[in-house]
Design a binder for this molecule. Structure first.
Ligand SMILES: [Zn+2]
Length: 1012
């Protein structure tokens, strides 16, 4: 039924009639290239020796004076730009690979129009681009002939290309003509990021191979035997070479002209037209299957052990479904065949008419196979417009997954990309690939954000216009080079919208989008209801904003243009609209959904919305992050300690987007049950509270975190304000750096909770500054931390002794008299972990000390056995006297401070310098197992120099053996550790030590964390 009629609708989108379309093909040209190649593979050396002839016609309006080819296999060897970009990323792969193992592509004799020519290498020492000066200028419409001899060899470390025994994946194995387009010669070395851009060409490739080799390749076999008949999966498997697809165009007799093959060898000739690359894969063990999609033959070549995962039509079926899906999006597949081979490397790579995949998965086939259109037929420049290649492809396969399901744009991708946008790591989508700050930023931008670009484009123009636009894009541009203008032209023509703002914003900038539902006013009219919805644009990014207007029997969606800072949308309905919400389908990159829905109306603050909240019950450390709502996790709590007895409570932790509005609220009640009666019968009964808020949305800043906390908890009250900043040099780099500072006040309000061996009845106010750095290494990680604290302590009594800097006794407003002294505390530690096969080695060095003499309260001294009392304060099992894990008979070790694990947790010093070492042997290493993923036996030793007053001796050490195991409950991973510090040099101060103990004694300590 009609519940609504729109009276005044939204402001019209910024529309104007499409101009003389910028993206149509008028004036477009592409060069004409014909390769004729003869190549023979010597398997033992892995070298392909080849001779080729390239006929090149200049269709451009320019006169050319040089000619360039790519020798891409030269990327996979020392000295290349590729190796250099790996080195910058901390990857060691091709930079140091010695000669028999690295790849190469070496030119021999070269002639241009009959005159011998010497190559120039403009990016030397990189040799992936070679140039030749032309003997005569090549005028528009003229042709030239280049004859070349070369040798090429794939590398043993696979990267797209590879060799392994008798298996060969040849990608980019021939001198490939560099694209000349309206921007000139696209000479660009091969880097890790971005790769493909080629001239559409005809390939006539004759191969001389071992007679038993089975070949998968671009094109169709027109002479000789590719080996498929002998490799058929079953005797009924058809073999349809499609040799006659191109009619009589490949003139017969090329193999006959080459002469007969030697004994044990064979010759086979492939031919392809209108493709911009030619790949081949060889393996004498390949098994062959085929199928069909319309006129296209589908082929797969897999390994004998793949039968269950690739065979029996599994992969062929997926290839057929992929081509059917692409056909519905774009149009007919133009080529005779589509081949999927099981290559040496994992992952997958696309080539025209062919994908080389490491596995048979449908997702992989939809991705790599989708490239047949988005790269193969629509020939984009991947290293300049990766979004148009990988982004479009990621969108396409995601879209396929969405079909038949409720609209579910990539919210996880949105969340990940928003994190980068909000932290300033994002870079524009349209950029030369090697200019991204690092490889992981390139990947995130080009694949994930690129896919989101297409989701938003679909949202902006609507699904029908989007589909029409894609078909138009294909009809205009198939088998041509495409770019941003080609896609925009097709989309503008299909939608009737000017989309320059959209393409400019999302391809060339890094906008932040945030719309806020500012106000909603509902008025009764004679016909029903008139609702005025005010939308406010807070971000620099602009997107049309859908507005959901819920009605009793339906939800009306109207759209605001989203351009003005404030925009009023008026809706007339028969019934009273329910709660209004912006962007109900989460189709934009609006980073703050907390202000998108209608909230409570207060007189002076307008509408207050906290957004949607999802409540969960359970373990809180792993509270998930949601794209569009806060998640609050509720956890009942119970613990006990000596003063409060059994304590019951609950905790709520919440966050938005995994980074904002992290709130922790904890209430607990000491019941006095099973206490040690220091409070008398019935315990204390007063509730405790801990509150913390991290990173409120309003205080958002790039790579900065803020925390405010306050507590009144088990005889202590205090507060903390902390700020930290991520100073990592690169987004995905191995080095992480951060700095921070915090002001912490901790006052003792009830000393009966204190373990007086660890904590004086003294209040402190501390200002701490710290810096931390970690580095992931190939087989381990190193971390370092420096921390400096200036503190002021306040005694409730007269100072027990003089400190470093003393303050006069002061009377506080409460009438309490306090004395004060200033102290300082510092700690520097460095840790290194190394994994070599089944061995784990860990090393740690730490130096820590205090200044201020006896004015430093116990709780701020340096603890020998592990963490100091402030570090364990947030843990209710360690916080107070008599807590479960703090009891002397429990032998629990919390990691921290000097880390002398054989020593009592109450032993402390004013300074210490310690070394901890641990060597382990992994007996069990099954990361998938939850209960005991790894089990490691270890030998350890800890040694320290201390102030003489601490233990009466200037040195202390322990040594022993232990066992640790890793576990996982839900997403939480933890360790159980049992150490036996059999040798302790000061036995009286050892864990559970007693006067008269010997240095050797059976002692044990256990923990839920690694020692360091
Ligand atoms: Zn891809």
């Amino acid at each position: 039924m009609l519940a609504a009629a729109l009276t005044a609708l939204l402001l019209a989108q910024a529309q104007s009639a499409p101009r003389a379309v910028p993206g149509d093909t008028a004036g477009y040209w592409q060069q004409d290239v014909r390769y004729t190649i003869r190549a023979a593979l010597d398997e033992p050396s892995g070298v392909l020796a080849a001779a080729g002839r390239i006929v090149y016609r200049n269709n451009s309006p320019d006169t050319l004076r040089a000619f360039y080819v790519h020798l891409y296999l030269n990327a996979f060897r020392p000295g290349s730009r590729w190796a250099e970009s790996e080195r910058r990323e901390g990857v060691r792969r091709f930079g140091e690979l010695p000669d028999p193992y690295h790849a190469f592509e070496r030119l021999g004799r070269v002639s241009v129009d009959g005159a011998s020519a010497a190559p120039r290498y403009p990016f030397a020492p990189d040799s992936t681009v070679a140039g030749f000066d032309l003997p005569r200028p090549l005028a528009p419409g003229d042709s030239l002939v280049v004859e070349l001899e070369w040798q090429s060899r794939p590398s043993v470390i696979p990267r797209r290309q590879a060799r392994a025994g008798r298996r060969f994946d040849f990608a980019q194995w021939y001198p490939k003509v560099v694209v000349y387009d309206r921007l000139g010669w696209q000479t660009r070395p091969l880097y890790m990021a971005g790769e493909f851009y080629g001239e559409f060409a005809t390939y006539d490739v004759s191969l001389d191979l071992a007679a038993d080799q089975i070949v998968g390749a671009t094109g169709v076999p027109v002479e000789g035997d590719p080996g498929w008949s002998g490799a058929r999966a079953t005797s009924s498997t058809p073999v349809t070479p499609q040799s006659d697809w191109y009619g009589s165009r490949p003139a017969a007799g090329a193999l006959a002209a080459w002469g007969p093959a030697q004994a044990g060898r064979k010759r086979v000739r492939f031919y392809a037209e209108q493709v911009h690359d030619f790949a081949l894969s060889l393996n004498p063990d390949y098994v062959y299957e085929e199928g069909r999609f319309g006129p296209t033959v589908l082929r797969t070549l897999y390994l004998p052990q793949d039968r269950a995962s690739w065979g029996d039509g599994l992969v062929i079926g997926r290839m057929g479904r992929l081509l059917a899906w692409m056909d519905t999006i774009f149009g007919a597949y133009p080529w005779p065949q589509f081949t999927a081979v099981h290559r040496i490397e994992g992952g997958g790579t696309e080539f025209p008419m062919m994908v080389m995949n490491g596995g048979p998965g449908e997702g992989l086939i939809f991705h790599e196979g989708g490239h047949e259109y988005l790269y193969g037929i629509l020939g984009n420049n991947e290293w300049k417009d990766g979004w148009l290649d990988e982004g479009f492809t990621s969108f396409q396969s995601g879209w396929h997954n969405q079909v038949g399901r409720p609209a579910a744009p990539g919210r996880n991708a949105q969340q990940a990309i928003l994190g980068m946008d909000l932290d300033g790591w994002s870079q524009p989508l349209s950029m030369p690939a090697e200019q991204y700050s690092d490889f992981s930023v390139y990947n995130q931008m080009v694949y994930s954000k690129g896919a989101l670009f297409f989701e938003m484009l679909r949202y902006v123009v609507g699904e029908d216009a989007f589909r029409r636009g894609l078909r138009e894009y294909y009809a205009r541009w198939k088998l041509r080079h495409v770019d941003e203008h080609a896609l925009r032209g097709a989309m503008e023509s299909a939608s009737g919208q000017n989309l320059s703002w959209f393409f400019a914003q999302w391809l060339h900038g890094t906008p932040l989008v945030d719309y806020r539902l500012r106000d909603v006013r509902r008025e009764r009219t004679s016909e029903g209801w008139r609702t005025l919805i005010t939308v406010e644009r807070l971000g620099d990014g602009r997107m049309p904003v859908d507005i959901a207007v819920p009605l009793p029997d339906t939800t009306l969606v109207v759209r605001a243009a989203g351009i003005a800072r404030r925009e009023v949308v008026e809706v007339a309905t028969a019934a009273r609209p329910g709660r209004i919400e912006l962007d109900p389908a989460r189709q934009t990159m609006d980073w703050n959904y907390l202000n998108n829905a209608e909230g409570v109306r207060f007189p002076f603050v307008g509408m207050v919305s906290l957004g949607r909240v999802e409540h969960r019950l359970g373990w809180s450390e792993t509270t998930p992050a949601r794209r569009d709502r806060r998640v609050a996790n509720w956890l009942p709590l119970a613990w006990s300690n000596g003063a409060g007895g059994v304590t019951l409570g609950f905790q709520s932790r919440s966050n938005y987007l995994g980074r904002f509005d992290g709130k922790t609220v904890q209430f607990s009640w000491p019941t006095g049950l099973a206490d040690d009666a220091v409070f008398g019968r019935g315990g204390r009964g007063r509730p405790d509270v801990f509150l913390s808020i991290r990173n409120p949305v309003r205080l958002r800043a790039e790579r900065r975190e803020i925390e405010l906390a306050a507590w009144s908890l088990e005889g202590r009250a205090g507060g903390r304000i902390g700020v930290s900043a991520d100073r990592s040099p690169r987004f995905g780099g191995p080095v992480r750096m951060s700095i921070g500072s915090a002001l912490t006040v901790m006052a003792v309000t009830d000393a009966r909770y204190l373990d007086r061996r660890r904590w004086n009845d003294v209040n402190t106010a501390e200002l701490t500054a710290w810096a931390a750095r970690s580095r992931e290494r190939e087989a381990g990680a190193s971390t370092a931390r420096v921390e400096v604290t200036a503190g002021q302590s306040f005694w409730p009594e007269a100072l027990p002794s003089r400190g470093w800097i003393n303050f006069p006794e002061t009377q506080w407003p409460t009438g309490r008299r306090l004395s004060g002294a200033t102290y300082a505390r510092g700690l520097i530690s460095s840790r290194y972990a190394l994994r070599v096969r089944e061995f784990d080695v860990r090393l740690r060095g730490v130096a820590a000390g205090t200044l201020g003499g006896t004015a430093v309260p116990l709780q701020r001294r340096i603890f020998l056995g592990g963490a100091d009392p402030y570090a364990t304060f947030t843990n209710p099992f360690l916080r107070s006297r008599g807590a479960l894990l703090a009891r002397d008979d429990v032998h629990y070790g919390a990691a921290g401070d000097l880390g002398l694990r054989g020593f009592s947790p109450v032993a402390s010093a004013t300074w210490g310098v310690a070394v901890n070492i641990e060597a382990g042997l992994r007996l069990v290493d099954q990361p998938r197992r939850r209960a005991f993923g790894t089990v490691t036996v270890a030998a350890f030793a800890d040694a320290a120099l201390l102030d003489r007053a601490a233990l009466g001796r200037a040195a202390a050490a322990d040594a022993g053996i232990g066992v640790r195991a890793t576990h996982q409950i839900g997403p939480t991973r933890f360790v159980t550790r049992l150490d036996l510090p059999l040798l302790v040099t000061r036995p009286a101060a050892a864990v559970a030590g007693a006067a008269g103990d010997g240095a050797f004694k059976f002692r044990w300590v256990w923990s839920f964390e690694e020692a360091f």
